[in-house]
Design a protein around this ligand. Structure first.
Ligand code: NAD
Ligand code: MG
Length: 390
Protein backbone atom coordinates (compact mmCIF):
# COMPACT_ATOMS: atom_id res chain seq x y z
CA UNK A 1 0.00 0.00 0.00
CA UNK A 2 1.45 3.37 -0.99
CA UNK A 3 0.43 6.62 0.71
CA UNK A 4 -0.30 9.52 -1.63
CA UNK A 5 -0.47 13.27 -1.21
CA UNK A 6 -2.19 15.22 -3.97
CA UNK A 7 -1.23 18.88 -4.08
CA UNK A 8 -4.05 20.56 -6.04
CA UNK A 9 -6.61 17.77 -5.65
CA UNK A 10 -9.58 19.83 -6.88
CA UNK A 11 -7.93 20.81 -10.18
CA UNK A 12 -8.15 19.04 -13.50
CA UNK A 13 -5.04 16.90 -12.83
CA UNK A 14 -6.06 16.28 -9.19
CA UNK A 15 -9.50 14.98 -10.22
CA UNK A 16 -7.98 12.73 -12.93
CA UNK A 17 -5.50 11.38 -10.37
CA UNK A 18 -8.29 10.49 -7.94
CA UNK A 19 -10.16 8.82 -10.80
CA UNK A 20 -7.16 6.51 -11.40
CA UNK A 21 -6.63 5.89 -7.65
CA UNK A 22 -10.28 4.89 -7.24
CA UNK A 23 -9.66 2.04 -9.70
CA UNK A 24 -6.84 0.62 -7.53
CA UNK A 25 -7.88 0.80 -3.84
CA UNK A 26 -5.64 -2.22 -3.07
CA UNK A 27 -2.49 -0.34 -4.17
CA UNK A 28 -2.95 3.22 -2.91
CA UNK A 29 -4.27 5.07 0.12
CA UNK A 30 -4.64 8.85 0.25
CA UNK A 31 -2.58 10.57 2.94
CA UNK A 32 -3.46 14.20 2.13
CA UNK A 33 -5.54 16.27 -0.29
CA UNK A 34 -5.08 19.99 -0.83
CA UNK A 35 -7.08 22.75 -2.51
CA UNK A 36 -6.89 26.52 -2.53
CA UNK A 37 -10.50 27.66 -2.13
CA UNK A 38 -12.92 25.04 -3.46
CA UNK A 39 -13.98 23.81 -0.04
CA UNK A 40 -17.13 21.95 -1.10
CA UNK A 41 -15.29 19.91 -3.74
CA UNK A 42 -12.51 19.11 -1.30
CA UNK A 43 -15.03 18.02 1.35
CA UNK A 44 -16.66 15.64 -1.15
CA UNK A 45 -13.22 14.21 -2.02
CA UNK A 46 -12.46 13.75 1.68
CA UNK A 47 -15.71 11.84 2.11
CA UNK A 48 -14.80 9.47 -0.73
CA UNK A 49 -11.04 9.02 -0.11
CA UNK A 50 -10.73 9.52 3.68
CA UNK A 51 -7.35 11.30 3.80
CA UNK A 52 -5.63 11.83 7.17
CA UNK A 53 -5.05 15.51 6.35
CA UNK A 54 -6.69 18.17 4.16
CA UNK A 55 -5.03 21.53 3.45
CA UNK A 56 -6.66 24.73 2.14
CA UNK A 57 -5.43 28.26 1.44
CA UNK A 58 -6.81 30.36 4.27
CA UNK A 59 -7.98 30.18 7.90
CA UNK A 60 -11.48 31.03 6.75
CA UNK A 61 -11.55 28.17 4.24
CA UNK A 62 -10.15 25.84 6.92
CA UNK A 63 -13.00 26.77 9.27
CA UNK A 64 -15.61 26.13 6.59
CA UNK A 65 -14.03 22.79 5.67
CA UNK A 66 -13.80 21.69 9.33
CA UNK A 67 -17.50 22.47 9.79
CA UNK A 68 -18.56 20.42 6.75
CA UNK A 69 -16.30 17.47 7.65
CA UNK A 70 -17.64 17.46 11.22
CA UNK A 71 -21.22 17.34 9.90
CA UNK A 72 -20.22 14.34 7.78
CA UNK A 73 -18.63 12.66 10.81
CA UNK A 74 -15.14 12.61 9.23
CA UNK A 75 -11.93 12.81 11.24
CA UNK A 76 -9.69 14.38 8.59
CA UNK A 77 -7.33 16.91 10.17
CA UNK A 78 -7.68 20.34 8.53
CA UNK A 79 -4.71 22.69 8.01
CA UNK A 80 -4.06 25.80 5.93
CA UNK A 81 -1.22 27.73 4.32
CA UNK A 82 2.09 27.04 2.61
CA UNK A 83 3.85 25.48 5.62
CA UNK A 84 1.04 22.91 5.85
CA UNK A 85 1.36 22.17 2.10
CA UNK A 86 5.10 21.56 2.56
CA UNK A 87 4.43 19.36 5.60
CA UNK A 88 1.99 17.03 3.78
CA UNK A 89 4.38 16.85 0.80
CA UNK A 90 7.22 15.68 3.05
CA UNK A 91 5.25 13.63 5.61
CA UNK A 92 6.62 10.17 6.49
CA UNK A 93 3.14 8.64 5.86
CA UNK A 94 3.36 9.71 2.23
CA UNK A 95 5.41 7.77 -0.38
CA UNK A 96 4.15 9.49 -3.53
CA UNK A 97 3.39 13.17 -4.17
CA UNK A 98 1.32 14.36 -7.11
CA UNK A 99 2.43 17.98 -7.62
CA UNK A 100 -0.59 19.50 -9.39
CA UNK A 101 -0.89 23.02 -8.01
CA UNK A 102 -0.94 25.56 -10.84
CA UNK A 103 1.85 28.13 -11.15
CA UNK A 104 4.56 29.45 -8.84
CA UNK A 105 2.30 28.78 -5.82
CA UNK A 106 3.35 25.14 -6.18
CA UNK A 107 7.11 25.76 -5.99
CA UNK A 108 7.74 25.39 -2.24
CA UNK A 109 5.53 22.31 -1.63
CA UNK A 110 6.88 20.61 -4.77
CA UNK A 111 10.44 21.33 -3.63
CA UNK A 112 9.52 19.99 -0.18
CA UNK A 113 8.56 16.67 -1.77
CA UNK A 114 11.91 16.57 -3.62
CA UNK A 115 13.81 17.40 -0.44
CA UNK A 116 12.01 14.64 1.42
CA UNK A 117 13.13 12.14 -1.25
CA UNK A 118 9.61 11.23 -2.39
CA UNK A 119 8.43 9.63 -5.57
CA UNK A 120 7.44 12.92 -7.17
CA UNK A 121 4.88 13.03 -9.98
CA UNK A 122 5.40 16.43 -11.58
CA UNK A 123 2.46 18.16 -13.29
CA UNK A 124 3.34 21.62 -11.92
CA UNK A 125 5.76 22.52 -14.75
CA UNK A 126 6.04 26.14 -13.55
CA UNK A 127 7.91 24.95 -10.42
CA UNK A 128 10.62 23.29 -12.53
CA UNK A 129 10.75 26.12 -15.10
CA UNK A 130 11.37 28.62 -12.29
CA UNK A 131 13.91 26.73 -10.24
CA UNK A 132 15.70 24.57 -12.85
CA UNK A 133 19.04 23.33 -11.53
CA UNK A 134 18.02 23.99 -7.90
CA UNK A 135 15.12 21.61 -8.36
CA UNK A 136 17.18 18.92 -10.14
CA UNK A 137 19.83 19.17 -7.39
CA UNK A 138 17.16 18.76 -4.67
CA UNK A 139 15.91 15.62 -6.44
CA UNK A 140 19.39 14.12 -6.85
CA UNK A 141 20.81 15.01 -3.44
CA UNK A 142 17.81 13.62 -1.59
CA UNK A 143 17.28 10.53 -3.74
CA UNK A 144 13.81 11.55 -4.94
CA UNK A 145 12.34 9.90 -8.04
CA UNK A 146 11.08 12.49 -10.52
CA UNK A 147 8.45 11.27 -12.99
CA UNK A 148 6.87 13.62 -15.54
CA UNK A 149 3.08 13.91 -15.76
CA UNK A 150 2.98 16.47 -18.56
CA UNK A 151 1.84 14.23 -21.42
CA UNK A 152 4.72 15.26 -23.71
CA UNK A 153 7.41 14.65 -21.12
CA UNK A 154 5.81 11.45 -19.97
CA UNK A 155 5.84 10.33 -23.63
CA UNK A 156 9.51 11.26 -24.02
CA UNK A 157 10.34 9.45 -20.77
CA UNK A 158 8.67 6.35 -22.21
CA UNK A 159 10.71 6.65 -25.45
CA UNK A 160 14.08 6.97 -23.66
CA UNK A 161 16.31 4.05 -22.62
CA UNK A 162 15.68 2.73 -19.07
CA UNK A 163 19.15 3.73 -17.88
CA UNK A 164 18.89 7.26 -19.31
CA UNK A 165 21.39 9.58 -17.57
CA UNK A 166 20.32 13.08 -18.74
CA UNK A 167 23.06 13.25 -21.40
CA UNK A 168 21.36 12.77 -24.80
CA UNK A 169 24.44 12.08 -26.95
CA UNK A 170 25.61 9.26 -24.66
CA UNK A 171 22.48 7.35 -25.69
CA UNK A 172 22.55 8.18 -29.42
CA UNK A 173 19.74 10.70 -29.12
CA UNK A 174 19.67 13.29 -31.92
CA UNK A 175 16.59 15.37 -31.07
CA UNK A 176 13.63 15.61 -28.75
CA UNK A 177 10.41 16.34 -30.62
CA UNK A 178 7.69 17.95 -28.52
CA UNK A 179 4.30 17.76 -30.19
CA UNK A 180 1.85 20.65 -29.82
CA UNK A 181 -1.82 20.80 -30.79
CA UNK A 182 -1.49 24.49 -31.67
CA UNK A 183 -4.49 25.26 -29.45
CA UNK A 184 -7.77 26.91 -30.47
CA UNK A 185 -6.17 29.65 -32.61
CA UNK A 186 -3.93 27.56 -34.87
CA UNK A 187 -5.71 28.64 -38.05
CA UNK A 188 -7.57 31.79 -36.95
CA UNK A 189 -6.59 34.97 -38.89
CA UNK A 190 -3.75 36.58 -36.91
CA UNK A 191 -5.23 40.10 -37.23
CA UNK A 192 -8.38 38.94 -35.35
CA UNK A 193 -6.45 37.55 -32.35
CA UNK A 194 -6.67 40.89 -30.57
CA UNK A 195 -10.40 40.47 -30.08
CA UNK A 196 -10.56 36.88 -28.80
CA UNK A 197 -12.38 36.40 -25.47
CA UNK A 198 -11.25 34.36 -22.45
CA UNK A 199 -14.08 31.91 -23.25
CA UNK A 200 -12.66 31.32 -26.77
CA UNK A 201 -9.11 31.03 -25.45
CA UNK A 202 -9.91 28.37 -22.82
CA UNK A 203 -11.92 26.22 -25.27
CA UNK A 204 -9.12 23.78 -26.13
CA UNK A 205 -9.87 21.47 -29.08
CA UNK A 206 -8.46 18.24 -27.51
CA UNK A 207 -7.89 18.61 -23.76
CA UNK A 208 -10.06 19.74 -20.82
CA UNK A 209 -7.70 21.58 -18.45
CA UNK A 210 -7.50 24.39 -15.89
CA UNK A 211 -7.98 27.96 -17.15
CA UNK A 212 -4.35 29.08 -16.84
CA UNK A 213 -2.84 26.20 -18.83
CA UNK A 214 -5.66 26.53 -21.38
CA UNK A 215 -4.70 30.16 -22.09
CA UNK A 216 -1.04 29.08 -22.17
CA UNK A 217 -2.00 26.54 -24.84
CA UNK A 218 -3.74 29.24 -26.88
CA UNK A 219 -0.61 31.48 -26.82
CA UNK A 220 1.67 28.40 -27.04
CA UNK A 221 3.48 29.65 -23.93
CA UNK A 222 2.54 26.22 -22.61
CA UNK A 223 4.80 24.65 -25.26
CA UNK A 224 7.49 27.21 -24.44
CA UNK A 225 7.35 26.25 -20.76
CA UNK A 226 7.49 22.61 -21.86
CA UNK A 227 10.65 23.23 -23.90
CA UNK A 228 12.27 24.57 -20.71
CA UNK A 229 10.80 21.68 -18.70
CA UNK A 230 12.26 19.18 -21.22
CA UNK A 231 15.66 20.86 -20.94
CA UNK A 232 15.75 20.27 -17.17
CA UNK A 233 14.19 16.83 -17.17
CA UNK A 234 16.26 15.34 -19.98
CA UNK A 235 19.43 17.45 -20.01
CA UNK A 236 19.01 18.52 -23.65
CA UNK A 237 20.04 22.01 -24.81
CA UNK A 238 17.48 24.30 -26.50
CA UNK A 239 19.11 23.54 -29.88
CA UNK A 240 18.19 19.84 -29.52
CA UNK A 241 14.52 20.38 -28.64
CA UNK A 242 12.05 20.93 -31.50
CA UNK A 243 8.35 21.71 -31.45
CA UNK A 244 6.12 19.99 -34.03
CA UNK A 245 2.49 21.02 -34.52
CA UNK A 246 0.26 17.95 -34.46
CA UNK A 247 -3.39 19.05 -34.18
CA UNK A 248 -4.86 15.62 -33.24
CA UNK A 249 -2.78 15.27 -30.00
CA UNK A 250 -2.47 11.51 -30.50
CA UNK A 251 1.32 11.35 -30.69
CA UNK A 252 2.25 12.84 -27.32
CA UNK A 253 5.92 13.41 -28.26
CA UNK A 254 8.90 11.67 -29.86
CA UNK A 255 12.61 10.98 -29.51
CA UNK A 256 14.76 10.91 -32.63
CA UNK A 257 17.96 8.78 -32.57
CA UNK A 258 21.17 9.11 -34.61
CA UNK A 259 20.43 5.90 -36.54
CA UNK A 260 17.27 7.45 -38.01
CA UNK A 261 14.82 5.77 -35.61
CA UNK A 262 12.06 7.96 -34.22
CA UNK A 263 10.24 6.56 -31.18
CA UNK A 264 6.82 7.92 -30.33
CA UNK A 265 4.22 7.34 -27.62
CA UNK A 266 0.60 7.41 -28.79
CA UNK A 267 -2.74 7.38 -27.05
CA UNK A 268 -6.04 9.18 -26.71
CA UNK A 269 -5.59 12.67 -25.25
CA UNK A 270 -6.51 11.85 -21.64
CA UNK A 271 -4.22 12.73 -18.72
CA UNK A 272 -5.14 9.51 -16.90
CA UNK A 273 -2.61 7.68 -19.13
CA UNK A 274 0.51 9.59 -17.97
CA UNK A 275 -0.88 9.68 -14.41
CA UNK A 276 -1.36 5.89 -14.32
CA UNK A 277 2.03 5.37 -15.98
CA UNK A 278 3.87 7.45 -13.39
CA UNK A 279 1.87 6.10 -10.43
CA UNK A 280 2.66 2.48 -11.22
CA UNK A 281 6.10 2.91 -12.85
CA UNK A 282 7.80 0.59 -13.72
CA UNK A 283 4.61 -1.51 -13.71
CA UNK A 284 1.49 -0.77 -15.77
CA UNK A 285 -2.04 -0.36 -14.41
CA UNK A 286 -5.47 0.26 -15.91
CA UNK A 287 -6.28 4.00 -16.24
CA UNK A 288 -9.83 4.07 -17.57
CA UNK A 289 -8.68 5.60 -20.88
CA UNK A 290 -10.41 4.41 -24.07
CA UNK A 291 -8.13 2.33 -26.33
CA UNK A 292 -6.84 4.15 -29.40
CA UNK A 293 -8.73 3.33 -32.60
CA UNK A 294 -6.21 4.08 -35.36
CA UNK A 295 -8.46 3.11 -38.26
CA UNK A 296 -11.14 5.54 -37.05
CA UNK A 297 -8.53 8.26 -36.65
CA UNK A 298 -7.29 7.67 -40.21
CA UNK A 299 -4.96 10.70 -40.47
CA UNK A 300 -2.32 12.39 -38.35
CA UNK A 301 -1.09 15.82 -39.44
CA UNK A 302 2.17 17.65 -38.73
CA UNK A 303 3.48 21.17 -39.36
CA UNK A 304 6.25 23.49 -38.22
CA UNK A 305 5.22 26.14 -35.64
CA UNK A 306 4.80 29.75 -36.77
CA UNK A 307 6.76 31.98 -34.37
CA UNK A 308 5.00 35.14 -35.68
CA UNK A 309 1.61 33.73 -34.76
CA UNK A 310 2.96 32.43 -31.43
CA UNK A 311 5.56 34.95 -30.12
CA UNK A 312 5.35 33.40 -26.62
CA UNK A 313 7.03 30.25 -27.92
CA UNK A 314 9.92 32.35 -29.19
CA UNK A 315 10.18 34.23 -25.88
CA UNK A 316 10.44 30.94 -23.99
CA UNK A 317 13.26 29.66 -26.23
CA UNK A 318 15.06 32.99 -25.71
CA UNK A 319 14.63 32.76 -21.92
CA UNK A 320 16.03 29.22 -21.92
CA UNK A 321 19.03 30.36 -23.98
CA UNK A 322 19.54 33.37 -21.67
CA UNK A 323 19.52 31.00 -18.67
CA UNK A 324 19.85 32.05 -15.02
CA UNK A 325 16.69 33.62 -13.69
CA UNK A 326 15.25 34.45 -17.16
CA UNK A 327 12.82 31.47 -17.17
CA UNK A 328 11.55 32.47 -13.69
CA UNK A 329 10.96 36.04 -14.89
CA UNK A 330 9.23 34.76 -18.04
CA UNK A 331 7.01 32.53 -15.92
CA UNK A 332 6.07 35.24 -13.42
CA UNK A 333 5.24 37.79 -16.14
CA UNK A 334 3.18 35.17 -17.95
CA UNK A 335 1.17 34.30 -14.83
CA UNK A 336 0.26 37.97 -14.28
CA UNK A 337 -0.50 38.64 -17.95
CA UNK A 338 -2.68 35.53 -18.29
CA UNK A 339 -4.68 36.44 -15.17
CA UNK A 340 -5.13 40.01 -16.51
CA UNK A 341 -6.39 38.57 -19.80
CA UNK A 342 -8.81 36.24 -17.97
CA UNK A 343 -10.01 39.27 -15.95
CA UNK A 344 -10.56 41.15 -19.27
CA UNK A 345 -8.04 43.82 -18.32
CA UNK A 346 -5.78 43.26 -21.36
CA UNK A 347 -6.28 41.80 -24.84
CA UNK A 348 -4.90 38.45 -25.97
CA UNK A 349 -2.07 39.98 -28.03
CA UNK A 350 -0.93 41.99 -25.01
CA UNK A 351 0.12 38.82 -23.16
CA UNK A 352 3.34 38.35 -25.17
CA UNK A 353 4.03 42.11 -25.12
CA UNK A 354 3.85 42.28 -21.33
CA UNK A 355 6.22 39.29 -21.01
CA UNK A 356 8.73 40.69 -23.53
CA UNK A 357 8.81 44.06 -21.75
CA UNK A 358 9.21 42.52 -18.30
CA UNK A 359 12.09 40.38 -19.60
CA UNK A 360 13.71 43.58 -20.88
CA UNK A 361 13.22 45.44 -17.60
CA UNK A 362 14.10 43.01 -14.82
CA UNK A 363 17.84 42.56 -14.24
CA UNK A 364 18.36 38.85 -15.00
CA UNK A 365 20.81 37.02 -12.72
CA UNK A 366 23.15 34.63 -14.49
CA UNK A 367 22.67 31.81 -11.99
CA UNK A 368 19.99 30.76 -9.52
CA UNK A 369 21.84 30.72 -6.21
CA UNK A 370 19.03 29.97 -3.72
CA UNK A 371 15.27 29.84 -3.46
CA UNK A 372 15.07 33.25 -1.75
CA UNK A 373 16.80 35.06 -4.61
CA UNK A 374 14.55 33.21 -7.02
CA UNK A 375 11.43 34.32 -5.15
CA UNK A 376 12.76 37.87 -5.17
CA UNK A 377 13.13 37.78 -8.99
CA UNK A 378 9.63 36.34 -9.20
CA UNK A 379 8.32 39.21 -7.07
CA UNK A 380 10.13 41.89 -9.10
CA UNK A 381 8.84 40.46 -12.38
CA UNK A 382 5.27 40.46 -11.04
CA UNK A 383 5.60 44.11 -9.94
CA UNK A 384 6.87 45.10 -13.41
CA UNK A 385 4.03 43.20 -15.07
CA UNK A 386 1.41 44.84 -12.82
CA UNK A 387 2.87 48.29 -13.53
CA UNK A 388 2.77 47.72 -17.29
CA UNK A 389 -0.80 46.42 -17.19
CA UNK A 390 -1.97 49.35 -15.04
P1 NAD B 1 -6.43 23.70 -12.22
O1 NAD B 1 -6.57 25.16 -12.28
O2 NAD B 1 -7.55 22.85 -12.73
O3 NAD B 1 -6.14 23.24 -10.72
C1 NAD B 1 -5.18 23.89 -9.94
C2 NAD B 1 -5.13 23.31 -8.53
O4 NAD B 1 -4.19 24.09 -7.80
C3 NAD B 1 -6.45 23.39 -7.77
O5 NAD B 1 -6.59 22.24 -6.96
C4 NAD B 1 -6.29 24.63 -6.89
O6 NAD B 1 -7.01 24.52 -5.69
C5 NAD B 1 -4.80 24.63 -6.62
N1 NAD B 1 -4.29 25.98 -6.38
C6 NAD B 1 -4.47 27.06 -7.19
N2 NAD B 1 -3.85 28.14 -6.66
C7 NAD B 1 -3.28 27.73 -5.51
C8 NAD B 1 -2.51 28.39 -4.50
N3 NAD B 1 -2.22 29.70 -4.58
N4 NAD B 1 -2.08 27.66 -3.46
C9 NAD B 1 -2.37 26.36 -3.36
N5 NAD B 1 -3.09 25.67 -4.28
C10 NAD B 1 -3.55 26.35 -5.34
O7 NAD B 1 -5.08 23.35 -13.00
P2 NAD B 1 -4.68 22.01 -13.77
O8 NAD B 1 -5.12 22.09 -15.18
O9 NAD B 1 -5.05 20.81 -12.97
O10 NAD B 1 -3.09 22.16 -13.79
C11 NAD B 1 -2.29 21.93 -12.66
C12 NAD B 1 -0.83 21.88 -13.07
O11 NAD B 1 -0.64 20.77 -13.95
C13 NAD B 1 -0.38 23.12 -13.85
O12 NAD B 1 0.94 23.42 -13.51
C14 NAD B 1 -0.46 22.67 -15.30
O13 NAD B 1 0.47 23.34 -16.12
C15 NAD B 1 -0.10 21.20 -15.17
N6 NAD B 1 -0.64 20.38 -16.26
C16 NAD B 1 -1.97 20.25 -16.43
C17 NAD B 1 -2.47 19.48 -17.46
C18 NAD B 1 -3.95 19.28 -17.65
O14 NAD B 1 -4.35 18.52 -18.52
N7 NAD B 1 -4.81 19.93 -16.89
C19 NAD B 1 -1.59 18.85 -18.35
C20 NAD B 1 -0.22 19.02 -18.15
C21 NAD B 1 0.25 19.77 -17.11
MG1 MG C 1 1.69 19.20 -21.92
Amino acid sequence: MQGITILGATGSIGVSTLDVLARHPERYSVHALTAHSRVDELAAQCEQFRPAVAVVGTADAAQRLSRILKQKGLHTQVEYGEAALCAVAGAPECDVVMAAIVGAAGLMPTLAAARAGKKLLLANKEALVMSGQLFIDAVNINGATLLPIDSEHNAIFQCLPHDYRRVPHQHGIARILLTASGGPFLTRAVETLDTVTPEEAVAHPNWVMGRKISVDSATMMNKGLEVIEAHWLFGAPASQIDVVIHPQSVIHSMVSYVDGSVLAQLGNPDMRTPIAHALAYPERIVSGVEPLDLARLATLDFAAPDFDRFPCLKLAYEALRAGGTAPAVLNAANEIAVQAFLDRRIGFRMIDQVIARVLGKVQIQSSVSCVDSLLEQDRLARLEAYALID
